[in-house]
Design a protein around this ligand. Structure first.
Ligand code: ADP
Ligand code: MG
Ligand code: MG
Length: 250
C-alpha cells in the first residue's frame, strides 16, 4: 500500500529525515514511536504533502502512485488521511460543511456521485455517535473552542466519514482521558482494522496500543528507523525507555 524508500527531507536547510524505509501492506497497523524531535511529525507531514519540506532523496509510493508528485488534495483523493498532532481550528466553516465538501470532492474525483444532504447527515450522525461526539458540535466551526480531547475525537469522526485506505495518525492519543482513549482506540479499530486498509500510528505511549494492537512497531530516532519489531517492542520501551534500544544500535 505504501512503500517509503530512503526518504530524506529537510526544513529550512536543516536535515530532518535521514533515510527512512517503511513498507506498509493492506491490513497492517504500524506504530511509530521515538523521542521528541526524532522526525515523526516530519515524516507524517512529508507523506501528507504539507508545504515547506524539501525531499532531497528517496521515494514514497502509495497504491502504485508516486505520492511525492501529488498535491495534498490529490493524496487525500487517492485515499490518504492525515490526523494532525495539533488539529487546526477553522473559524467560519462548520464541521458538517467541511466534511460534506471534502467527502463529495473525493467521491467526484473517483467518478462517484455526490452524497445527498440527507444521506450525508445520516452518515455523520452514525460516526459522531460512535465517537461520543454530540451532533451539535459538528454544527460548530471546525475545532473552534474544542478541548484537546474533542479535537482528537473529531479527527476520528472525520476519518469515519472520509473512510480512507491509509490513515497516518500523529499522537491521536495525546490529551485524551482514559475513557476518550478507549473510545478513540475502538474507533480506529472499527474504521480501519480491515483487510484493505492500513494505519500508521505515531504515539509516545503504549496505552493506545493496548486498544489498537500494532502488527509492527518502529523506533524512529534522529530521522531514521533504528529498530523494528512486533508489539513487544513497545512494551520493552514502556519498561526501559529509549536508551537501551538506542545504545544497542550505536
Ligand atoms: P517529532 O514529531 O518526532 O517530535 P518533528 O518531526 O516535529 O519531531 O521535528 C523533528 C525536528 O525537526 C525537530 O528538531 C524540530 O525542531 C525540527 N523542525 C520541525 N519543523 C521545523 C521547522 N519548520 N523549522 C525548523 N526546524 C523544524
Ligand atoms: Mg513531539
Ligand atoms: Mg511530533
Amino acid at each position: 500500500m505504501l512503500k517509503v524508500e530512503g526518504l530524506q527531507a529537510e526544513v529550512d536547510g536543516k536535515s530532518i529525515l535521514q533515510g527512512v524505509w517503511l513498507d506498509v501492506r493492506p491490513g497492517e497497523i504500524h506504530a511509530i514511536m521515538g523521542p521528541n524531535g526524532a522526525g515523526k511529525s516530519t515524516l507524517a507531514n512529508v507523506l501528507g504533502g504539507k508545504p515547506g519540506y524539501d525531499v532531497t532523496q528517496g521515494s514514497a509510493t502509495f497504491l502504485g502512485k508516486d505520492l511525492l508528485e501529488l498535491l495534498p488534495h490529490e493524496r487525500a483523493n487517492a485515499g490518504l488521511f492525515q490526523g494532525f498532532q495539533y488539529p487546526v481550528e477553522i473559524p467560519g466553516v462548520s464541521n458538517l460543511q467541511f466534511l460534506r465538501t471534502a467527502l463529495n470532492a473525493q467521491r467526484i474525483s473517483r467518478g462517484e456521485k455526490e452524497l445527498s444532504g440527507a444521506a450525508f447527515l445520516k452518515l455523520a450522525r452514525v460516526q459522531a455517535a460512535a465517537l461520543g461526539l454530540d451532533m451539535e458540535m459538528l454544527k460548530r466551526p471546525v475545532n473552534v473552542g474544542f478541548s484537546g480531547g474533542e479535537k482528537k475525537r473529531n479527527e476520528m469522526v472525520q476519518m469515519g466519514i472520509i473512510d480512507p485506505a491509509l490513515a497516518i495518525l500523529d499522537e491521536t492519543d495525546s490529551g485524551l482521558d482514559i475513557d476518550a482513549l478507549r473510545t478513540v482506540g475502538e474507533g480506529i479499530n472499527r474504521i480501519m482494522r480491515k483487510q484493505d486498509k492500513a494505519v500508521i500510528l505515531i504515539t509516545h505511549y503504549q496505552r493506545l496500543l493496548d486498544y489498537v494492537r500494532p502488527d509492527f512497531v518502529h523506533i524512529l530516532a534522529d530521522g531514521r528507523i533504528l529498530r523494528s519489531g512486533g508489539a513487544e517492542l513497545a512494551l520493552s520501551l514502556e519498561a526501559d525507555g529509549y536508551a537501551p534500544l538506542l545504545e544497542n544500535v550505536a
